[in-house]
Design a protein around this ligand. Sequence first.
Ligand code: NAD
Ligand code: WQD
Length: 336
Amino acid sequence: MNILITGALGYIGSHVAVKILKENHNLTLLDNLANSKISNLKKIEKISGKKTDFYKLDVRQESSIKKIIEKKNIEAIFHFAGLKSVKNSENYPQDYFDVNVNGSKSLLRAFEKGRAGKKIFIFSSSATIYGNPKLLPCKETHKEQPTNIYGKTKKGVEIFLKKKAAKGNWKIISLRYFNPIGSHPSGLIGDNPKGKPENLLPAINKVAKGKEKELLIFGSDYPTFDGTAIRDYIHVEDLANGHLSALKYLAKKRKNVYDVFNLGTGRGHSVLEIVKNFEKVNKVEIPYKFFPKRKGDIAINYANVSKANSFLNWETKKSLDQMLKSTWLYEKNKTN
Ligand code: NAD
Ligand code: WQD
């Protein structure tokens, strides 16, 4: 199949790119490098042993993207390109709506104008869309009530995709990721955000590497067994496999499709559990101190993954220890 990946040099996109190349599809990569480095391209090619075509483009450059879609006869798009900082989304809401919502709409238009036949589109959505879940484990049928601008942009795209799939030859899936962590077994690609990390594992990595003195744990009196917040951490390799399963599922469909799937493990772990296990499996010390809760943070979220298990024929394979070892493997080896 001829496949385009947007945001392909980023954390999750690069892992999916490697898997797609291993399956011998023809792959085209696109990224504007807003949150990634061009060196990831060589790493993707090194791991997969394959060359790819890369375009440094903004996802909002509709006419250039349409031309690429026509030239390469693109049949499926994985759309990862977007801005993902919850904090920045509150400070720069316009930018977030423009890149995430308008960018997705522009990409869909380019696909529609550039291809007449069946169009497969797989979108990176987020568990943030649920807000503060009322029922756990959280199912796809749970009300979407995001509490931050980032989550609202994901909801905006999902609403648009659902409408789009009602007409025309569209097969669309939104994958709602829980908390992706870990890296490729080669240790070459992993989560490498520009600037100060906001997510837990990149923050722990910085402390393990001695770049920060201590980890700030946001909140110690959540209604959980140890007072720290609980999330569903999923290995990026398991997450990437979920994308291939979604592609296979859509490739078989004849009628129009729009569907949403949670991608998580179905298990929750507290921040302190993550810190203690990270120390144990990697034999490093993570000094920490408790800090006030982060604005908008929720106490507990973990996924009900039975829908993805049965319809996508997908399940996670990696244990928490494997996830935490693999998270450190990348950071330990990283030189930039
Ligand atoms: P990332 O920042 O590592 O990757 C996103 C990539 O998109 C980057 O390489 C960036 O340079 C590129 N990009 C940003 N704006 C662009 C634009 N206007 N045009 C072209 N490229 C652009 O993030 P990630 O963790 O790989 O996330 C990928 C997708 O998954 C995002 O849409 C994100 O919102 C979503 N998601 C991520 C998580 C997570 O915790 N990592 C969780 C849920 C959903
Ligand atoms: C996890 C837990 C923090 C950093 C966000 C987005 C979601 C997805 C993943 C999107 C929380 C605590 C964190 C630190 C800490 N991203 N923490 N010290 O908040 O569940 O989800 O990122 O693309 O959409 O909403 O993930 O990794 O930021 O935090 O104590 O330095 O770790 O308070 O309880 P979160 P996270």
